[in-house]
Design a protein around this ligand. Sequence first.
Ligand code: PEP
Length: 258
Amino acid sequence: MSQTPLIVGNWKMHKTIQETEEFCLGLKKEIDGIRSGQVEVAVAPPFTALAAAARLLKNSSISVSAQDVFWAESGAYTGEVSPKMLRDVGCRYAIIGHSERRQFFHETDDSVNKKAAALITEKLIPIFCLGETLAERREGITFTVVERQTRQGLKGLAITDPQDLVIAYEPVWAIGTGQTATPQQAQEIPAFIRKLLQEHFSPEMSRGLRILYGGSVKPENIAELMAMDDVDGALVGGASLNVKSFSAIVRGAGPKEK
Ligand code: PEP
């Protein structure tokens, strides 16, 4: 089965509107030569720069993602942004459940589940992040944690097309630390998640759903990570802030046969 890899750049709290515009123009130039269908690319600027990115990337092969969302349609939720607003500004994706949201902003499996459902209703694609902390890995409960996050995050979600959801396995100890998971570690957990997806959805859906790896992905390690059977792309933090390193990752991802 052929799968188009997906590379997503999570900018976190970086870049002004002007910096976003410069980046988007530069990225379009750099990855122009990549045939559509070979690699899919998305960038996730902060909320303040989404409109600028969407404007510059319109009619290009590069999609725009938000870094978070709130599940309600509208209402008295000061500071929050709804799926409808993200659709309105030109997003295709929204990251949910990122470990930094879980760690600093009280994101829970239940709130991730509500966000996923709200995004799907609005025809936006959740990039659902999960992964164990270093303490959990040391304690030997990685599989238990990942299983809980997967089951609770996906509870009641009804999707019929594998393109409607993306999972990102991000071991927390590998995020922003320079300590990338070994290709074997990056394969082991996505393979386990895929089994859970098979139970939750169906074998066909499970095969078609893209599972990204995230955690200190760089131009130097993307090829060996992408060589793993169950890694269908990457969620990239630090190395996505620079056009050269992000486009080198995109080029290194290549198409893959399954
Ligand atoms: C991330 O923020 O999702 C991430 C993987 O960051 P980094 O690539 O910097 O480890």
